[in-house]
Design a protein around this ligand. Structure first.
Ligand code: ARG
Length: 461
């Protein structure tokens, strides 16, 4: 069947090579349900404008219902001659209601305003699904923080031992960025929730159709203010791709730590069998593949964003066919996250931490040196001097091959007259952690509060 929507002024059909290049059904067919919803809304405004009779409206809606059922069952699918989802569905519609009624539906709309609307509808649904998965992951991190409350670990900067922190504090440090990713999607939705339908090809419609009515019908609180902008801009798609890429980067940071924690050298955590893989040659292997795939896929998500931005750069107003390239990156970004997140959450939820090992390492690497310096500050020693004194203690320890709590009272006194034996009260991991009691700090009381705030934030989103 010849199904093109634009045959009139052409003497012949497109070359095979052009048809192959032009065809987008391999990726835009997933918008079929949204396209049909758009057609229903459009039929109603055609009716309201007096361009479809009551009977024609009924026939159109019935035909669209039958078409939708056939799309859902797989009885109707695109053929190679269909240029895109819109063309395929118009063919299917006409096959069901005949050319007389079937030929009326396209009045006053363009594939340009249609596709811009459908992509928004689709991405808004995907964003909600991704947000739900992210909240599950935050819940898993919060559960782990709760279950391991009280376990100290070496807090690091530059991957070097820095200061002891609670494992729960560290785990929640990964929860907050994910909550911001969810908030970012929610905020993005305010800008995505504007319908381009009714913009026509670029200039709007001359047929008296009401874009606000279509918008409301399709779940958009508003119709676009500018039909040229609405058909030509894809910042909403790019912003979605950014939210997805940022989420990927956040997941990759957790991944890297899980990979390290599961090494022999760290031995901080054991992966559950159901969320790790073996080696085809080395029988002993238990590999953190989920974390590695997440780390790898973050690169893919960044590629989706940068590829799309590259496509959009320098495009003149209004619609250009370049814009057909907007879909694969954002679809891939959504697919990637929706595939990854359930596995990732399972991995996090089933991690088993070795609290004893972490606690043993927490004070090592002179991670209590800052506590000596800050104790001195509380004794009114200027910080500059306190820093030097604590550093001298570390140097002494290194010379002797011992750790800070191993120094004797006379050793401390030999380093500085300010170092009375009372300094020992901060030379424990528990004391060091408890002393960091300001908002956001690692003191157990603050971390428990923080956990409650994470749970509240999840509830509120
Ligand atoms: N398939 C196109 C896209 O995805 C929409 C069709 C617009 N085509 C056109 N020739 N005006 O952007």
């Amino acid at each position: 069947p010849v199904t093109r929507l634009w045959g009139g002024r052409f003497a012949g059909g497109p070359s095979e090579a052009l048809a192959a290049l032009s065809d987008s059904t391999s990726f835009d067919w997933r918008l079929a349900r949204h396209d049909i919803a758009g057609s229903r809304a459009h039929a109603r405004v055609l009716h309201a404008a007096g361009l479809l009779t009551d009977e024609e409206l009924q026939g159109t809606l019935d035909g669209l219902d039958r078409l939708e059922a056939d799309v859902a069952s797989g009885a109707f699918t695109p053929v190679p001659e269909d240029e895109d989802v819109h063309t395929a569905l118009e063919r299917g519609f006409i096959e069901r209601v005949g050319p007389e009624l079937g030929g009326r539906l396209r009045a006053g709309r363009s594939r340009n305003d249609q596709i811009a609307t459908l992509v928004r509808m689709y991405l808004r649904e995907q964003a909600r699904a991704i947000a739900g998965e992210l909240l599950d992951l935050v819940g898993a991190l919060a559960d782990q923080a709760e279950a391991n409350m009280g376990v100290p670990m070496p807090g690091r900067t530059h991957l070097q031992h820095a200061q002891p922190v609670l494992l729960s504090h560290h785990l929640l440090a990964h929860a907050w960025p994910l909550l911001r990713d969810v908030e970012r999607l929610a905020d993005w939705d305010r800008r995505a929730a504007v319908s381009p339908y009714g913009s026509g090809a670029l200039a709007g419609s001359s047929l008296g159709l009401d874009p606000e009515a279509v918008a409301a019908d399709l779940g958009f609180p508003a119709a676009a203010e500018n039909s040229i902008d609405a058909t030509a801009s894809r910042d909403v798609a790019a912003e979605f791709a950014f939210a997805a890429a940022m989420t990927g980067v956040d997941l990759s940071r957790i991944s890297e730590e899980v990979i390290l924690w599961a090494t022999k050298e760290f031995s901080f955590a054991i992966l559950d069998d159901a969320y790790s893989t073996g080696s085809s040659i080395m029988p002993q292997k238990k590999n953190p593949d989920i974390a590695e795939l997440a780390r790898g896929k973050s690169g893919r998500l960044i590629g989706d964003l940068t590829g799309l931005l590259g496509t959009l750069k320098g495009l003149p107003l209004a619609y250009n066919r370049d814009l057909q390239e907007d879909k694969e990156p954002v679809f891939d970004a959504a697919d990637t996250l929706l595939l990854l997140l359930p596995a990732f959450t399972g991995m996090v939820a089933t991690l088993e931490f070795d609290g004893e090992r972490m606690a043993e390492l927490a004070p090592q690497g002179f991670s209590l040196a800052t506590d000596i310096a800050e104790w001195l500050v509380r004794q009114r020693v200027p910080f500059r001097e306190a820093h030097e004194i604590a550093g001298a203690c570390v140097r002494l320890c290194e010379e002797r091959g011992v750790d800070l709590p191993d120094l004797g009272d006379e050793d401390f006194a030999s380093v500085s007259e300010h170092l009375t034996p009372q300094v020992r009260e901060v030379l424990t991991v528990q004391g060091a952690m408890a002393s960091r009691a300001g908002k956001g700090g690692t003191a157990p009381v603050r971390v428990r509060e923080q956990l409650a705030r994470v749970r509240e934030t999840v509830e509120g989103l």
